[in-house]
Design a protein around this ligand. Structure first.
Ligand code: DAH
Length: 339
């Protein structure tokens, strides 16, 4: 029995050394020391021994048991370290690998144009004003001197939320908000999203963008209006750009006009872009109507001013030679990336 135990220890030592991983070590522990393990079996057979032999063999068996246990423990520690090392190696991050790359977004062409326009006006001393897209009928129409029967008020042109609330059809209500909350001198531009019940086609979208401008001070004249907008056009479209002021009608300005710029594509000779007229319309403008000043709490005998409003989408399309407004709002990164 003594030999048997000795042989078991030798056998266990060899197997433990050859064991591959913690799972195999556990299997070996069960094989030798488990309830039905080999060493356990030897101990169970002790009853067949003579009383003299028993303590002797008992001691050897216990020694063998302890020896196997410590061999297992030692090997377990080694294997654990090795396994951690293997795991670390397996999961190591190779910082030299090229990354998969997160596709980056791109500034939308409307924002590229807007930022350029903002930069031009900031350079002329304007500040930025803002207003909500959901506006009161009062701010969008009444305070702007729009007659009660003005066609743009109709349900077919304007998105009504309630009788008194709409999606603003223009950025002009920001004029009202600004004049009611600030004292002159006022010099602001106000970019924003507007909404009209228009069918979508190559030049119309029910959602579009405008940039409003408002200057209020003492002794403002048409010359200030023309000088400001002429300078703006030259900065945005190039120094050789000419401007043309045509009379027009807007309820909130008097006199009112529309501004054309000489076609920056053909220089005024006539091409596809200017529909062979040599001119391109970019905005509406005028001297702020005294009714509007008074409605907003500004004394029209002391102060006056000018206002303008331009279509940002249209300016963007002209600047980048985009001939369909719809592509501006499809958000296809392949398109947006080009600007
Ligand atoms: N709000 C006008 C529109 O949507 C544009 C406009 C014209 C704005 C003249 C102005 C202005 O401030 O003075 O058609």
């Amino acid at each position: 029995m003594k030999e048997k135990l000795q042989a078991l220890l030798d056998e266990a030592r060899v197997e433990i050394q050859a064991a591959n991983g913690l799972k195999e070590l556990e299997d070996l522990r069960i094989k030798y020391l488990g309830k039905k393990g080999e060493v356990t079996l030897v101990l169970k057979n002790m009853k067949d021994l003579t009383p003299e032999e028993r303590p002797l063999i008992g001691k050897i068996a216990n020694d063998v048991r302890e020896a196997i246990e410590s061999l297992l423990d030692a090997s377990k520690d080694d294997k654990k370290g090795l396994e951690i090392e293997n795991q670390l190696n397996r999961e190591a991050i190779d910082v030299t690998m090229p990354s998969k790359g997160m596709p980056r977004g791109h500034k939308h062409p409307i924002n590229v144009a807007l930022d350029e326009i903002i930069e031009i006006f900031l350079g002329m001393g304007f500040k930025i004003a803002e207003g909500p897209e959901v506006e009161t009928v009062y701010n969008n129409f009444d305070a702007l001197n729009a007659p009660v029967d003005h066609p743009s008020r109709s349900l077919s042109d304007t998105f009504y939320i309630t009788d008194d609330l709409i999606l603003r059809t223009q950025t002009s209500p920001i004029q009202v908000r600004t004049m009611k909350s600030q004292k002159p001198p006022i010099k602001v531009i106000a970019p924003g999203r507007c909404f009209r019940n228009d069918e979508i086609d190559a030049t119309h979208s029910p959602m579009f963008h405008q940039i409003e401008g408002l200057v209020i001070d003492k002794g403002i004249t048409m010359a200030d209006l023309k000088g400001t907008l002429d300078m703006f056009a030259k900065r945005l479209f190039g120094s050789q750009t000419k401007t043309k002021f045509r009379p027009h009608y807007f309820p909130f300005t008097e006199p009112s006009g529309e501004v054309d710029v000489s076609c920056f594509k053909c220089g005024g000779e006539g091409c596809r872009f200017c529909k062979y007229s040599g001119w391109i319309e970019i905005l509406g403008c005028g001297m702020v109507h005294p009714n509007v000043l008074e409605e907003c709490g500004i004394d029209s005998t002391v102060y006056n001013g000018f206002a303008f409003g331009m279509g940002l989408d249209r300016v963007t399309m002209l600047k980048y030679e985009i001939d369909d407004i719809r592509v501006l709002f499809e958000n296809d990164i392949r398109f947006i990336k080009q600007f």
